[in-house]
Design a binder for this molecule. Structure first.
Ligand SMILES: CC(C)(COP(=O)(O)OP(=O)(O)OC[C@H]1O[C@@H](n2cnc3c(N)ncnc32)[C@H](O)[C@@H]1OP(=O)(O)O)[C@@H](O)C(=O)NCCC(=O)NCCS
Length: 235
């Protein structure tokens, strides 16, 4: 499953603490039956899709929470520890090997995830989507970005479009889906920027500006994602 994370996603993603709890080894140990891979004829992995399950019926778990990706991970681990029966699958990652990009493979992964969710009897499949091209427009609010439509009514962003074409419905913005908080020297190392003044700063690869506070020596990144719901009933 050696698919490199793209360089343009930003080195700062390594500072995402919740990500540390869903290591590849742990996902394979606990939820290997919920990951899918697209293989080339020679067995090389062209793409992967990783999902985790959670129980949406637990009290106070609102659908499509602001804390997006991180919330889904915490619910999944909480349910595993408490031995609850999950009813929902959450897509954590879809990644296509750069050598196999732009051939429509992401749609194949997505359809594979939908089929697997149906097969396993889950009620729904949801995804806190990270549209990678949003990094070109960090100052545009995600609400505005996700609402843009082409003449044919489909989303302007290609990754949102792929999900909508596969039957997904956009359900709102996860305003702080992944968060990275670190001291400013760490952010300087990640970004190559001086970060010498308070305020909002665009960082390469980030979907929204970094919040910088020099007196507190802290940089805080709240990544917005887009919640998508994939209905599983056959139509
Ligand atoms: C996002 C990603 C999964 C897309 O996979 P892919 O198989 O290359 O995409 P597809 O070939 O299925 O293309 C899907 C749509 O995106 C468009 N697209 C893909 N890459 C693009 C790019 N770099 N720039 C512009 N459009 C792009 C395609 O034209 C297509 O749109 P269309 O069908 O309306 O023409 C892939 O680029 C990737 O793995 N990125 C890194 C990981 C990531 O960010 N995953 C998403 C968040 S989890």
């Amino acid at each position: 499953m050696a698919i490199p994370y793209p360089d343009d996603a930003g080195a700062f993603m390594a500072g995402h603490l919740t990500g540390q709890i869903v290591t590849r080894a742990r996902v394979l140990r606990h939820w290997s039956d919920l990951s899918i891979a697209v293989l080339a004829e020679d067995g090389a992995c062209l793409a992967r899709g990783v999902m985790v399950p959670f129980d949406s019926s637990v009290e106070q778990r609102e659908p499509f929470p602001d804390a997006g990706w991180e919330q889904a991970v915490i619910w999944a681990v909480d349910d595993l520890l408490e031995d609850r029966r999950p009813d929902t699958l959450c897509a954590l990652e879809i990644a296509v090997h750069p050598d196999a990009a732009r051939r429509g493979i992401s749609r194949t992964v997505l359809e594979g995830m939908q089929a697997l969710a149906r097969e396993r009897g889950f009620d729904r499949l949801v995804a806190p989507l990270r549209p990678p091209l949003k990094a070109n427009e960090p100052w545009v609010p995600m609400e505005e970005y996700a609402a843009r439509r082409r003449d044919d009514g489909l989303p302007e962003d290609p990754w949102l479009r792929t999900h909508v074409r596969a039957g997904g419905r956009l359900r709102g913005i996860a305003r702080r889906s992944t968060t990275v908080t670190a001291d400013l020297d760490q952010w300087r190392a990640w970004s190559g920027l001086p970060l010498a003044a308070d305020g909002l700063v665009a960082v390469p690869g980030a979907l929204a500006p970094l919040i910088v506070n020099v007196a507190l020596d802290i940089g805080c990144y709240l990544e917005p994602n887009v919640w998508v719901d994939h209905p599983l009933c056959e139509s």
